[in-house]
Design a protein around this ligand. Structure first.
Ligand code: CMC
Length: 428
């Protein structure tokens, strides 16, 4: 992998470092030996740091490319389905029909949660944010499934992965039902992954609901689009926690906590809240002016992306799906969705946004789509966590299956130099 060398000279010390070449993307300088020269690197926010080697997902933000195991995201979202994508991310190849069938059956064997988990929910306040409940319940899974926690055993890792993929929709729907005070609905194994989730969300024991196939397909695409995004904050958190040898349920719970913030998974909830704040099409100009004002910290949530400086490839797919869902639920003329569509149009035609390449991102459309499906705003990040679980577990498994080291970043210390302890009575 190493072909060339990079040379660094500092204070009469010269050191050579291997330049590593991946299959795609920028070359990487292996600076690990730098510490032997008495220096560290400094890169807050990891803007120039590749923290690991991975074969799972590739992003080219300038070209607007996102590949899962080499397959473009639009092809997977349009032609595959989420369960097949789970198999792909976990195992590296697409399954044939027999293997796919076995994988579906294996997931179905694990869709229920331990009966004690039902009682575990009762410890939470009903009005808690569903993400707060999900972080706790997923972390607690290791207390229920400790028969497969030997992380060095590939079979244990595979069963834990299946359990997580299978149980996340059940837990996510339980978070919702608990919040609104309705009874939990059991999983239906004859339904597809997304259909089963919508059923557990919206059916009740006294009223059967057959989810609308357009909404099922839309949700399945949302799951696929959110399944992985290489070394983002939550995935890096899962890897870091995993590098200590922590069990997979604890690691995924750490990932959920990291996803919660508005700069990451919380953005679609924040985008919807902003649309509610705008309140009326007549107010859009005022908000666009605020977004453009350098002295106003307000930003149009759902526009722009740190990595994609071209159109977010996920936004292209979800935009179309968003329109299909609005049509299917008859919401095209709903005043709220009119605000969203008018905002999209104005921003796409405005010079400020064009020059800065601020396109609507995946969160803008996924928020509107989920809302049109009838999912409340406080469940958006929970659904993101449900979908991203496969990415997290695939990265965790990739790391544990190959040689890895404990992740232990260093620091640039700027605190006090050594000083002597002064007894309290002697202090001024
Ligand atoms: N509204 C108005 N102006 C913006 C926006 C926005 N949403 N985003 C960036 N800008 C301006 C920014 O003020 C700056 O202008 P100038 O050059 O005049 O100073 C210019 O565009 C470049 O901005 P930046 O802050 O350097 O861009 P960034 O790459 O650091 O920020 C971002 C990326 C996502 C944090 C930012 O676009 C933003 O805050 N967007 C709104 C929040 C949002 O939608 N977040 C979800 C992103 S997707 C999350 C995921 O994939 O997990």
């Amino acid at each position: 992998m190493a072909e060339n060398k990079a040379t660094l000279s500092v204070n009469n010390v010269t050191a050579e470092f291997d330049i590593l070449k991946g299959t795609l993307g920028p070359e990487v300088i292996d600076i690990a030996p730098l510490v032997k020269c008495g220096y560290l690197t400094y890169d807050p926010g990891f803007l120039s740091t590749a923290a690991c080697e991975s074969k799972i997902t590739y992003i080219d933000g300038d070209k607007g490319i996102l590949l899962y195991r080499g397959y473009p995201i639009d092809q997977l979202a349009m032609q595959s389905n989420f369960v097949e994508v789970c198999y792909l991310l976990l195992n590296g190849e697409l399954p044939n029909a027999v293997i796919y069938d076995e994988f579906c059956k294996a997931i179905n064997r694990h869709t229920m949660v331990h009966e004690q988990i039902r009682y575990f929910f009762n410890g939470f306040r009903r009005d808690a944010h569903p993400m707060a409940v999900m972080v706790g319940v997923v972390g607690a899974l290791s207390a229920f499934y400790h028969d497969t926690l030997d992380i060095k055993n590939p079979e244990h890792r595979a069963i834990s992965a299946l359990r997580l993929i299978a149980k996340m929709p059940t837990i996510a729907a339980m978070c919702y039902k608990y919040n609104i005070g309705q009874p939990f609905m059991p999983p239906q194994n004859h339904m597809s992954y997304a259909e089963n989730f919508l059923h557990m969300m919206f059916a009740t024991p006294c009223e059967e609901t057959i989810p609308n196939p357009v909404l099922v397909r839309a949700l399945d695409k949302i799951f696929t689009l959110h399944a992985d995004h290489e070394q983002n904050a939550s995935t890096s958190t899962v890897r870091l926690a995993g590098s200590t040898g922590a069990n997979p349920f604890a690691c995924i719970s750490a990932g959920i906590a990291a996803l919660w913030g508005p700069a990451h998974g919380g953005a679609n909830e924040a985008a919807l809240n902003m649309l509610h704040e705008i309140g009326d099409v007549s107010n859009i100009d005022k908000y666009i002016k605020r977004a453009k004002d350098p002295n106003d910290p307000f930003r149009l949530i759902g526009f722009g992306h740190r990595v994609y400086k071209n159109y977010d490839p996920r936004a292209k797919v979800i935009r179309e799906t968003c329109y299909e869902v609005l049509e299917a639920v008859g919401a095209k003329d709903d005043p709220f969705f009119k605000i969203a569509m008018a905002l999209e149009k104005i921003a796409l035609e405005d010079d400020y946004f064009i020059q800065r390449k601020l396109y609507p991102n995946v969160d803008f459309y996924s928020g509107i789509t989920l809302s049109a499906i009838g999912i409340p705003t406080n469940m958006f990040t929970v659904i993101f966590a449900l979908a991203r679980t496969i990415g997290w577990i695939a990265h965790w498994n990739e790391m544990i299956s190959s040689p890895y080291r404990l992740s232990r970043p260093r620091q640039l210390y700027t605190g006090p130099t050594e000083r002597k302890y002064v007894r309290m009575k002697e202090r001024k």
